[in-house]
Design a protein around this ligand. Sequence first.
Ligand code: P6P
Length: 324
Amino acid sequence: MQRLAPALRQDNVPLDLISLIKTILAATKEISFRVGQGHLSEVMGSTLDENIQGEVQKQLDVVANQLLKDILLESGFVKAISSEEEDTSVAGQEKGKYIVSFDPLDGSSNIEINSLIGTIFSIMEAPEGMAANDPDIFKQPGHQQVCAGYVLYGPSTTLAMTTGAGTHFYTLDKTHGSYMLTERNVQVPKDTSEFAVNMSNQRFWLAPMAAYINDLVAGSDGPRQRNFNMRWNGAMVGDVHRVLTRGGFFTYPTDTKSPAQPNKLRLMYEANPMSFLIEQAGGLSVTSQGRIMDIEPDDIHQRVEVILGSQHEVEQCLSYYANK
Ligand code: P6P
């Protein structure tokens, strides 16, 4: 089984990017240990603070964020970082070649129920001639990513990552602390009978998505004339890992639940990295208006609609918008 660095060199990944990836993964190994400790560690509860998203910060959110923030800003490779847990972007080294967006612990509401959580990261090259403290440094569409991945803290600690040469799975061998290549060129099956959506929002969906999901639920009694299964992890990392592993359809659609905020998932450190992984594995990742990785961001915490997964099922969903 191949270790991570030789596998990346096989994909002609530049040495400085390999070093940056290894820096991120060093933090994830400590996060994996802390998460695995559960209630044996003193960081399982919630803090008294809220992040810019208005979400109560779990102590592990803060610990994971600090680990990643410190190791990245000290690495010498990073000009700036943006994080779900940081109100603004944070300047690193002016000579840093890369910028990194991350969600240090996606799905952290799952911590207290010992369920799936993960770290999501997205790497782009820093624009030429822009100062490290320039907030516009992150205003690049997702197709500018040079690397994206997530680490899923589950029964095994699994890394899904792409540098544009396919999506590959690595598993952390905890006996010696190395990520080992366990599956090269993951492929999302073009068709699926499994969908993931938070059904409690159904009454708030726009008509085309409501009609599409209704037809999935209708199964063999409805126009699709076959039955579908549903899963919902409450953590995007878990749902996307299932889609990469065996196919599927995942959506967090635009809804009218809170008119001021019609979308939930964040573009820079959820939708973009997951879109890169899914597209590199032969799936689709869109909003009802177009490809997610073509969106020109205007804010580091911008939220977007996400419709991703098996190509033919995403296309089937989009047909409900075309026919509206
Ligand atoms: P809901 C986690 O907070 C997250 O950002 C994604 O990881 C996940 O898919 C979604 O929100 C879950 O949202 O409304 O079902 O709790």
